[in-house]
Design a protein around this ligand. Structure first.
Ligand SMILES: *[C@@H]1O[C@H](CO)[C@@H](O)[C@H](O)[C@H]1NC(C)=O
Ligand SMILES: *[C@@H]1O[C@H](CO)[C@@H](O)[C@H](O)[C@H]1NC(C)=O
Ligand SMILES: *[C@@H]1O[C@H](CO)[C@@H](O)[C@H](O)[C@H]1NC(C)=O
Length: 413
């Protein structure tokens, strides 16, 4: 999960840090489902809902810093959402936890925005989870997981945060046990196993009173065969089915391709259905799995328009492309129509859309993103595999509910 850069306590809300490209997963038990034609449902159920007894249901991540540039939580239509995950808090080496944005959570408007979350919870009937970690706040998990005293401090602090602020549970977003996250993060080879201990301690403190979820990489290999054990302890596991291409990589690619590119991906980045299969093959009960889709894409300036800009040499990473920005800037004039100057390609094999614009001689802008039709297909895949949930990073990147409607429609039908 990505987070506005919060290093050494200083928050720079505008700059985003990006996960590096994922290594190839290598475990492909071969999902090959014909899910039929995609029709986007526009009639998401309205009104209060009872969240599912098992699994995450429709899980919406909300980053607390989004209030500065997009919307505070009360400005978002959360119809159809079962669980809102509030991101992020961080953990110190001693196991104590704290918000990454004191102003957003506790100060703005005199009370901060956590009371707005609780008001929305009352209105819609969803559950709320406090997310700890993320790309920029995972430095200390390793030190805490290995240390019994720090684990105790951590579990007590999580319990207190739920009691004090009305959360129904905590979501741990450790990126990643065993390394592979930010260079400054502590890690050790035993992390995936110590994570089991941390989750066990949390469960014994929570009992069945509070929920526990974790966020995991699309690359299941990071977890050293501990996924089954995690699945026994937590209420559900969110699979981050995105960032298959990093911002700094040398060739353009798909951010979140659903299936394998039959024509061949030179970067061998992997694809979402492969991750889904790998988690099921690891023995996790599908009811405890949630597939997260990206409500953002990425753009690069590439040096050639061949192959409609896909897998071309990158000149420079251009920008994060929230779906909302593509719609607002007119790069998309409808969910499926490219704006002036752009050519859209829908890659049938990967089930992923891209955009290409010719800028000047030898310069092109290439965009990878998710649209309602890809999102619907992903939700249908999750449903057909018996998943307990689907979700997104993150809800404020949507445009007038277009992607949320597709996600809810695809999963519920
Ligand atoms: C939250 O957003 C609403 C508009 O959607 C605004 O009226 C309200 O003042 C905001 N509250 C805070 C605490 O930012
Ligand atoms: C890790 O813990 C140290 C010591 O408590 C603290 O100074 C640092 O800010 C923590 N890092 C993160 C990312 O929270
Ligand atoms: C990418 O190309 C466009 C069009 O020439 C330009 O406006 C934009 O600044 C370029 N992006 C970067 C990061 O240089």
């Amino acid at each position: 999960m990505r987070l506005a850069l919060a290093l050494c306590g200083a928050l720079a809300a505008a700059s985003l840090v990006h996960a590096s490209p994922l290594p190839d997963i290598g475990l492909d038990v071969g999902v090959n489902l014909d899910l039929g034609p995609v029709d986007v449902d526009v009639s998401a159920s309205v009104g209060k809902r009872a969240p599912p007894k098992q699994g995450g249901g429709v899980v919406a991540f909300y980053p607390n810093w989004a209030l500065y540039s997009r919307s505070n939580i009360s400005g978002i239509d959360l119809t159809g959402v079962d669980t809102v995950v509030w991101a992020f808090w961080t953990v110190r080496k001693d196991g104590s936890i704290l918000t990454t944005d004191e102003w957003a959570d506790f100060q703005v408007g005199g009370t901060g925005t956590i009371p707005l979350l609780n008001a929305a919870k009352k209105k819609y009937g969803f559950r709320t989870m406090l997310s700890i970690g993320g790309w920029s706040s995972s430095a200390n998990f390793s030190a805490v997981a290995v240390n019994p005293a720090a684990r105790k401090t951590f579990t007590q602090a999580c319990l207190k945060a739920c009691q004090d602020y009305g959360f129904d549970g905590v979501d741990l977003d450790w990126e990643y046990p065993g390394g592979g996250g930010l260079e400054m993060n502590y890690f050790s080879l035993g992390d995936p196993e110590f994570y089991v201990q941390l989750l066990k301690d949390l469960r014994s403190a929570f009992g069945s009173k509070y929920l526990i979820s974790i966020d995991v990489s699309a690359s299941s290999k990071r977890y050293d065969n501990q996924l089954w054990a995690y699945g026994q302890i937590v209420d559900w596991i969110n699979i981050m089915g995105f960032d298959y291409v990093g911002t700094l990589q040398p060739i353009s690619g798909h951010n979140s391709p659903l299936y394998e590119d039959k024509a061949g991906d030179p970067g061998k980045a992997g694809f979402v259905s492969q991750a889904v299969s790998a988690y099921i093959a690891a023995g996790v009960n599908p009811k405890k799995l949630t597939l997260l889709t990206p409500f953002y894409g990425k753009s690069w300036n590439v040096t050639s328009g061949s192959n409609n800009g896909l897998y071309q040499l990158v000149d420079v990473y251009d920008a994060d492309q929230f779906y909302s920005s593509l719609r607002k800037n007119g790069w998309l004039t409808t969910p499926t129509t490219a704006g002036a100057g752009f050519q859209k390609t829908y890659w049938d094999s990967s089930h992923a859309p891209t955009l290409l614009r010719k800028n000047s001689e030898g310069s092109y802008t290439f965009v990878t993103y998710d649209d309602p039709s890809t999102i619907t297909e992903k939700a249908r895949l999750a449903k057909s595999m018996g998943f307990g949930g689907v979700g997104m990073w993150e809800i404020t990147q949507d445009y007038q509910g277009e992607l949320l409607t597709a996600l809810v429609g695809g999963f519920k039908k």
